[in-house]
Design a protein around this ligand. Structure first.
Ligand code: SF4
Length: 251
């Protein structure tokens, strides 16, 4: 990664206001291009590295500026696609946004070389890390390598940067007790883990998969609905969460 100025990035879209993608109110920039190939992806149209709009950091920052007056705190989340697949651009974007007073979160699957991962996560104010499956991610994310993902995850323990872990609950795919126990162990490795979110899968993106000409056994297997009870049950099986509540570490 050269770190030189004027890197160009491929952008899928910008969401002007979010309260979901990090603390406070934020803009979200969705980078175009993802090599991971999750079978439960809600944005399969973000995978193609040749689609989207090509922009430099300056142009992107001026667009974000339009939304800033509507945010109570100027937060920016760099998401995807997989942002780490455009490392030069993302690093420049983070540096520039921080210089202009934005709080910057990186939302990633932890994909890619460790050197890039370390440099970019050190630059960000916080990291949102989506673990696909803590034992066998290749079952539902064919290009996700468990060892590489966990190696990147573990580098975060050396940082002061707050980390949120996100895990999508998909009955029959990610809800087995062994997986939830393994997730608990992985969560316990990071002293700077602030939050662990178990998110319910839904089938709303099924049409997008069809439009993209892609197939997924998760979306073609019928309408999946995850209940509140299933989320609570999974959370109970992940010991990290109850421990944090007891210790009043999460609000
Ligand atoms: S890493 Fe994210 S964008 Fe990429 S395939 Fe998985 S869910 Fe989709």
């Amino acid at each position: 990664m050269s770190g030189c100025d004027d890197a160009m990035g491929r952008i899928q879209s910008i969401q002007s206001f979010s309260t979901f993608d990090g603390p406070g109110t934020r803009c979200v920039v969705f980078l175009q291009g993802c090599p991971v190939g999750c079978l439960f992806c809600h944005n399969p149209d973000s995978w193609d590295f040749n689609a989207g709009e090509e922009l430099d950091v300056e142009t992107l920052m001026r667009r974000l500026e339009r939304y800033r007056p509507f945010l109570s705190t100027p937060g920016l989340t760099v998401s995807g696609g997989e942002p780490l697949a455009q490392p030069e651009f993302v690093l420049e974007l983070i540096h520039r946004a921080k210089t202009e007073g934005w709080h910057v979160a990186l939302d990633t699957s932890g994909w890619g070389p460790q050197a890039n991962f370390e440099k970019i996560t050190q630059a960000a104010d916080m990291v949102i890390f989506a673990i696909k499956h803590p034992l066998a991610p290749e079952r539902l994310a064919p290009h996700c390598n468990l060892q590489d993902t966990l190696a990147n995850w573990r580098t975060l323990a050396a940082l002061k940067t707050p980390v949120w872990l996100r895990y999508v609950l998909i009955p029959g795919w990610t809800d087995d007790p062994a997986a939830l126990k393994a997730l608990d162990e992985i969560a316990g490795e990071l002293p700077n883990l602030e939050r662990l979110e178990v998110l319910p899968f839904n089938s709303l993106a099924a049409e997008k998969w069809v439009k993209c000409g892609k197939e997924s056994p998760i979306f073609s297997g019928g309408n999946i609905k995850v209940t509140e009870e299933q989320i609570i049950k999974a959370e109970r099986m992940i010991g990290w969460l109850p421990q944090r509540v007891k210790g009043k570490n999460i609000s």
